[in-house]
Design a protein around this ligand. Sequence first.
Ligand SMILES: C[S@@+](CC[C@H](N)C(=O)[O-])C[C@H]1O[C@@H](n2cnc3c(N)ncnc32)[C@H](O)[C@@H]1O
Length: 341
Amino acid sequence: MANPPGTLNQLVDLLRQYRLSAVAMAACELDLFSALEDPEQSIEGLAARCGASALGMELLLNACAALGLVHCGAREGGRRYSNSALAQVYLVRSSPRFIGSAAMRQYHVLYQTWGRLAEALRTQRPVQPYGREGLASMSDEEVRAYVLGLYERGRDGARAFARRLDLCDRRHLLDVGAGAGTYSFELLERSPHLHATLFELPRVLRFTRELLGGVSIAPRVRLREGDYHEDDLGSGYDCALLSNILQTESETSCQALLRKVFASLEPGGLLIVNGIMHDATSPAELEQALFSLSMLLYFPEGRAHAADTVTTWLTEVGFTSITTSPPEPPAIHTLIAARKP
Ligand SMILES: C[S@@+](CC[C@H](N)C(=O)[O-])C[C@H]1O[C@@H](n2cnc3c(N)ncnc32)[C@H](O)[C@@H]1O
């Protein structure tokens, strides 16, 4: 649980926490952290590069310094600003771990969407649908930003996820609803004999294909276009991955999808379910509670299902040897492994 507000001031602070996000996102939108790669730049120089006024730049820098994203030191004739270590790694455009697309998606899409939470609750409809119908109605640029965001935001988590698994004795992975392929890429990095088929909607796969151009494991990846509600997933796989999928689907769809994945696996095949699930017997942690709410904003029937519920579905479908690994903080993902007899 978050620290409960105990005073009026703390309550008001809670109501205006959005200001902190607004500062961080404005700095990303102006590409301030890339500009700060040259710490010798004057405020005027930074302002010109970012397209802001000198006064606005100074105020933004001070707010970023107060947030700990920027360091502020003295120099002759004024202040000298530089990136914090974290901003340098994740918010500078030239960094290999830049998460700018994910940050901009927060700004241009998710920030506005969260502001319409009450509307989603009243109308019982997502305000920014990301299911197959939602993706079909987006522009190419929006789908591209979505896929890049999945990649950038998912990379660190996917790396930690892959470390929890040993797939060295497996040959062919089916990644259902693979998105940017982030999780498969990390698994292939660690398992040199493994090949992967990424099953995804065609509009998304188009941009996954672009990302493949930049990864060394590309020759071991196959792309398979399709809709997992309607199309055949293929066969001959000795492992399958459902990563961040069940939480976007209703109970009925999850059960149908698990049956399909079961059918596509060879005997002895391993299914890995990775996602945000909750413990049905205790109140949700803040992140999980927010996550479940966010599903109402994006997916008509999505929610974080209980890990026990997923285990029951897996048993009903015919999987055995089911093991559940709870989240390893700071990650909030539960990992379930199950075998087809
Ligand atoms: C939350 S993302 C998860 C992506 C990826 N597995 C990961 O963990 O990063 C859900 C993905 O499911 C895909 N998806 C949604 N509906 C689908 C459908 N009917 N058939 C195939 N893919 C679908 C979306 O395009 C999206 O990439």
